[in-house]
Design a protein around this ligand. Structure first.
Ligand SMILES: Nc1nc2c(ncn2[C@@H]2O[C@H](COP(=O)(O)OP(=O)(O)OP(=O)(O)O)[C@@H](O)[C@H]2O)c(=O)[nH]1
Length: 535
């Protein structure tokens, strides 16, 4: 789960206040647009950082600001609107300040922090508060998430929760509660915690229950009977240290001024961009910059945006890259044609920056989700077999170019057939997920982990030699062997074996993988539960 430093939040709050003061001083349409962009960017920032309560406040403010557009166009904001907005801005700032203050734990409290469990060496402990009167059925879930540095503390009532430090996640059990009582609990929690993600458990799956739970401030709802594995997966994902890379937009626009203006708008919303003025450069720019979306001018000298898109679509790797057109022309026939020929959206100039950012982000969100399903394994969320091999090739190219080191490790769960045979296939799946999560949590951000086959994983460690890779994976191996896999009448434990191969300039990806596989075979033959560096 991301979070942000009190200083960062302070800076964002000051930006908001400054923009609001500027807007108040000159309450015209342009000032309101500038302020709306700031609020919109703040909302997205808070969402990305997982500061759920503050995000909801900022979102409410954003809605209020945007609703003024209908009423304000061309005129100035009325006194009443100014007052209402002022109040909402102040409410947000107060909440943000209170949260930032609470984040700085007193020295005494910091000294008394419990020590991290033994398996936890590389990532911080995440605190989860669980409000339930019936904790027994959740014992397995609590144990499972514990292995991933997530500490769950159970409370019978909302009032029993300490005000600070804020938990990363609050789980609220609806079991035995009328919907109104559950909603009241969530509202009380939302008022108390500005950052925590609130997850409702054991809810009804009907429209009314979900609508009220979400309206009260729940970020996610799990219906009665949801498999624990799905809830665990969500908790681990929220607590994961993976950061979504910034959105990347390629701007194809012959006017340098218009290109710069668009880039400024995108950057205010935290997006990275690159602009080209000559459409002929688009294929090179796509290959080098690897954007998530192309913003395309409709009319350029010698070529239309539609023609450029058709060229792009001839390359399989850019077949699904979204293209959004920008045009001064609101000709409907032209728009329909542009969309029919491979475009994804049409915006008319002059563009509203808030709408532009919202359209671009929503298209990129969809695109990334689609790519995720294509590139990742559905059971574990890791890269799938094909992607892992592609990444290996990319890593080899980079190592060759930079003259740097690279190691590949193959990991295979020991006697996995026996796990399936003894505890059933779903339990086997859970063990596979556990290995996946542990590997992901414990390697560096620059490393990559893929599910290579059924119970086989591949880890790429750029910049590491065989000894360093061995040290990392052997620590993970030992910790994995200590994890208790809970079953109905107790628990069992599992081990894995690993094989490491170090790249050198003579090796291609196939040979490197073969070497890692051979090293793995040696580890298996030598008795399993060990990591081998090969012959
Ligand atoms: N639950 C589950 N099992 C799988 C999956 N993919 C493969 N398997 C099973 O994994 C088992 C792999 O067994 P083997 O390759 O014989 O090896 P092993 O039992 O792990 O023994 P060693 O590797 O020699 O330690 C097979 O029984 C497969 O059916 C999966 O996605 N889920």
């Amino acid at each position: 789960m991301m979070s942000c430093s009190p200083e960062e939040l302070q800076k964002k709050s000051q930006e908001l206040l400054a923009k609001w003061q500027a807007c108040q001083a000159q309450p015209g349409f342009d000032g309101l647009v500038e302020f709306a962009v700031t609020v919109s960017s703040l909302t997205e920032f808070l969402e990305a950082r997982g500061l759920s309560g503050l995000h909801q406040s900022a979102h409410a403010l954003e809605q209020k600001v945007l609703s003024q557009f209908d009423q304000t166009s061309g005129t100035t904001l009325g006194t009443e609107a100014l007052q209402a907005l002022s109040q909402q801005v102040q409410e947000f700032l107060d909440r943000a300040q209170a949260f930032a203050r609470g984040q700085v734990a007193p020295a005494e409290e910091r000294r008394n922090q419990p020590e991290a469990p033994q398996t936890v060496t590389l990532v911080p402990v995440h605190k989860v508060a669980f409000v339930t009167t019936q904790p027994v059925p959740w014992r397995d879930l609590v144990a499972q998430v514990g292995y991933f540095n997530v500490q769950v503390e159970v409370f019978a009532t909302v009032q029993a929760l300490p005000a600070a430090p804020e938990p990363s996640i609050v789980l609220v059990d609806a079991v035995g509660l009328a919907l109104a009582d559950f909603v009241a609990r969530v509202q009380a929690l939302r008022g108390q915690f500005s950052a925590s993600t609130i997850m409702g458990l054991n809810l009804g799956s009907d429209f009314e229950s979900l609508q009220h739970a979400l309206g009260a401030g729940c970020d996610a709802c799990f219906a009665e009977g949801t498999q624990h594995a799905a809830i665990i997966a969500r908790i681990i994902k929220l607590c994961s240290n993976e950061e979504e890379p910034p959105y990347r937009v390629l701007v194809v626009e012959d006017s340098k001024t218009a290109g710069a203006l668009i880039r400024r708008t995108l950057s205010e919303s935290g997006m990275e961009s690159q602009a080209i003025t000559r459409p002929q450069e688009v294929l090179t720019a796509l290959a080098q910059f690897q954007p998530d979306l192309v913003l395309m001018d409709m009319y350029m000298p010698g070529c239309t945006g539609v023609e450029v898109t058709r060229v792009i679509r001839q390359h399989a790797e850019f077949l699904s890259t979204p293209v959004v057109y920008l045009s001064g022309d609101s000709n409907v026939a032209l728009q329909v044609d542009a969309l029919r020929l491979g475009g994804d959206h049409f915006l008319t100039k002059p563009f509203n920056p808030v709408i532009l950012n919202a359209v671009v982000k929503s298209k990129i969100d969809r695109y990334r989700t689609l790519r995720r399903t294509m590139l990742h394994d559905s059971l574990t969320g890791l890269y799938n077999h094909t992607t892992s091999k592609q990444y290996l090739q990319t890593a080899i190219n980079a190592a060759r170019q930079q003259g740097s080191q690279l190691c590949v490790a193959m990991i295979d769960i020991d006697h996995f057939k026996a796990v399936n045979d003894t505890y059933g296939h779903p339990m086997g799946d859970q063990v596979i997920r556990n290995v996946a999560w542990l590997l992901r949590q414990r390697v560096r951000k620059t490393d990559s982990v893929g599910r290579y086959g059924g119970e086989e994983f591949v880890v790429l460690l750029p910049g590491s030699n065989a000894e360093q890779a061995h040290a990392v994976l052997d620590r993970i191996r030992v910790d994995f062997s200590h994890i208790r896999q809970p079953v109905e009448d107790g628990w069992f434990s599992c081990t894995f074996s690993g094989g490491i191969a170090q790249w050198n300039a003579d090796l291609d990806s196939e040979v490197l993988l073969k070497r890692a596989d051979e090293a793995l075979y040696l580890a298996k033959r030598a008795g399993r539960n060990q990591v081998s560096m090969g012959a």
